[in-house]
Design a protein around this ligand. Structure first.
Ligand code: ZN
Length: 334
């Protein structure tokens, strides 16, 4: 029977409250949850299922779950390559509060009270190690704490999100107090300089821009590449760096992502954030929007490269456009 929408992956909006059916695309299948009216969510594609009111098209979600297409509207096809590394929007729309972990023994320098409360969030990467010494297993929680300690020593103020999705806050951290994390900067929305005063900073544990090494399929972070006296990575005529040690961190071709220049994002090679890390960031932003509805806006979630475009390249292609990622419903289920 009628298929109101084309096939293929994309997103749709719930026209009314939707039931998610598990196993088979029919109303008798067990209910696995619901989606509130107006929520946009990701679909893998279409299947033929039980005909309801003349419509037999159902959308397939992740995990063998289905929703009836007749209760959906405004299908949007997923652009090529889009969202490959992101959790499904439907999943992100299911609000779950973030869990905060106190970085015991670490305190960050507070400059004062935020003039009008917390207004937004700046995403950074820390351009730091993620693994144990010797290119060992990931040890991102410990590396994140290393960075938090370094921030204490250097007078900075930020939270860290590790690749396990752990959100670290310094001891005594208060959302209404500010400290330095973004340096010279300007908000693209308000035009105000010095965004640290208004926006909290979060560092994502990530090695930063990567460099192709002499060996094919080997990608090095700055700290495992030969550098010149200014600290810049030395590249040969092919644009390749020299790896300092095979026993320090490097990444293989299947771990990295090459991105083209796109607005504030600089072209380059990056290690994508982990699923858990990205999910923690999303939960954090939704939490702040709910906790500080009078001041915090999801429209003021920026990458450092958006508020300091000439100086900064983080979070770049590790995250893609953080503001766009936050354009999900901030109210509804809860
Ligand atoms: Zn930064």
């Amino acid at each position: 029977m009628a298929n109101p929408f084309p096939n293929g992956p994309g997103t749709v909006e719930a026209a009314g409250r939707l039931n998610i059916r598990l196993g088979k695309p029919r109303r008798q299948s067990p209910r696995a949850g619901g989606i509130e009216a107006g929520v946009r969510f990701a679909i893998r594609g279409s299947v033929a299922g039980e005909e309801v009111q003349g419509v037999s098209q159902w959308f397939e979600l992740d995990g063998g779950q289905f929703v009836w297409a007749g209760a959906c509207r405004d299908f949007q096809r997923l652009a090529d390559g889009e969202d490959d590394d992101r959790p499904p929007r439907r999943h992100l729309g299911d609000y779950a509060p973030p869990v905060f972990t106190t970085a015991t023994g670490i305190r960050h320098k507070v400059q004062g009270l935020r003039p009008q409360g917390l207004e937004g969030l700046i995403v950074h990467f820390d351009a730091y190690r993620i693994r144990q010494a010797g290119n060992g297993a990931e040890d991102s929680d410990r590396r994140s704490l290393d960075m938090m300690r370094s921030a204490q020593a250097n007078g900075f103020h930020y939270g860290e999100i590790s690749r396990t999705g752990t959100i670290f806050l310094a001891e005594g951290f208060e959302w209404g107090e500010w400290g330095s994390h973004a340096g010279q900067s300007q908000c693209p929305v308000t035009g105000r300089p010095g965004v640290s005063r208004y926006y909290v900073g979060f560092e994502m544990n990530n090695p930063g821009p990567l460099f192709e090494a002499q060996e094919d399929g080997v990608f090095c972070p700055w700290f495992n590449a030969v550098r010149d006296a200014n600290g810049e990575v030395v590249l040969d005529v092919r644009g390749r760096c020299t790896r300092r040690s095979a026993n320090d961190e490097w990444y293989s071709v299947d771990e990295v992502r090459k991105v083209a220049a796109d607005g504030n994002i600089k072209a380059g090679i990056y290690l994508p954030y982990s699923h858990e890390q990205f999910e923690a960031l999303t939960r954090l932003c939704l939490y702040l929007a709910r906790t500080f509805p009078a001041t915090f806006s999801l429209d003021r979630v920026f990458g450092h490269d958006e508020v300091a475009p000439k100086r900064k390249n983080d979070p770049g292609g590790a995250l893609a456009d953080p503001a766009r990622l936050m354009t999900i419903p901030s109210s509804g289920t809860g």
